[in-house]
Design a protein around this ligand. Structure first.
Ligand SMILES: C[S@@+](CC[C@H](N)C(=O)[O-])C[C@H]1O[C@@H](n2cnc3c(N)ncnc32)[C@H](O)[C@@H]1O
Length: 250
């Protein structure tokens, strides 16, 4: 065990994990960023309890873009019977597997995968799908939301940055054929950042407006989607509506 802890202490982390010997993993972002993780888990946990109760032993969950495992670990510690974390970066899979070993979470596993290339049929369906901090790093966010739906048996929680939306009408080929906008996407350039551990892997990012996100969730087959209210002391991005967490129900 101590050599596993030594390995964890020798690495750099996005998340501040408390290790069994009381020490915490060294982080590369400083302590301020931890508030966003705490807020998001608080919101996710409250929603899980409200919709699924507090006994998760018979339930499975998948965490898309699991990074170094924070939310997958939380789900496993909350008692989910099986948790799978998927991330595009193999170094994250190694780091999160190390943490799962240190905590002795044997129903938790991680694998490398691009959300745009997942074989949902082979993976099967999960009671809960989590996709936090990923949608706005993608060039095919609609495809990713389709993947969420394909993988989801019950509840899908999506947390994402959003952009201010355009509304109104467009003359769609001619003034007699007018269509209402259902939402919009902002394009963000991460092409110079693809080496970053939190970044897009292709660099072309489409960030949805809230209207767009809610409309698309319904169109890809969710029965409904609700924006979750952040707590009063939420991390500023959630508190001031720059990011949202949405619960989509099958
Ligand atoms: C901002 S981090 C969010 C991590 C974590 N879900 C969270 O909210 O703390 C974005 C994560 O998405 C992963 N990622 C980027 N593009 C991906 C893709 N196409 N498929 C799967 N994971 C991807 C990155 O490696 C990184 O771990």
């Amino acid at each position: 065990m101590s050599s596993l802890i030594d390995q964890a202490l020798a690495r750099e982390w996005f998340y501040s994990y408390r290790l069994p010997d009381g020490r915490t993993t060294p982080t590369y972002h400083g302590v301020d960023i931890q508030a966003i993780h705490d807020t998001r888990w608080q919101m996710a946990r409250a929603c899980l309890e409200q919709r699924l109760g507090d006994d998760y032993a018979g339930l499975s969950a998948i965490d898309l873009a699991s990074h170094q495992g924070w939310f997958a670990v939380k789900l496993a510690q909350a008692g989910f019977g099986r948790v799978l974390g998927v991330d595009a970066r193999s170094s994250h899979v190694e780091d999160s597997s190390l943490i799962a070993d240190i905590y002795g979470l044997d129903r938790l596993s991680f694998r490398q995968g691009d959300v745009h290339q997942l074989d949902a049929e082979a993976l099967g369906a999960f009671d809960v799908v989590l996709m936090f901090g990923l949608l706005y790093h993608l060039e095919d966010p609609i495809g990713a939301l389709r993947a969420c739906r394909a993988l989801c048996r019950n509840l899908c929680l999506i947390e994402t940055q959003i952009v201010p939306g355009m509304t109104g009408f467009v003359d769609y080929g001619g003034y007699q054929y007018v269509r209402p906008l259902k939402g919009s996407f902002g394009i963000v350039d991460e092409t110079g950042d693809t080496h970053g551990p939190e970044a897009s892997i292709t660099g072309i990012c489409l960030v949805p407006s809230l209207d767009a996100l809610l409309w698309i969730l319904e169109k890809v087959g969710f029965a409904g989607a609700t924006v979750l209210a952040p707590p009063d002391d939420a991390y500023e991005q959630l508190r001031f509506h720059k990011r949202v967490m949405v619960a989509a129900q099958v």
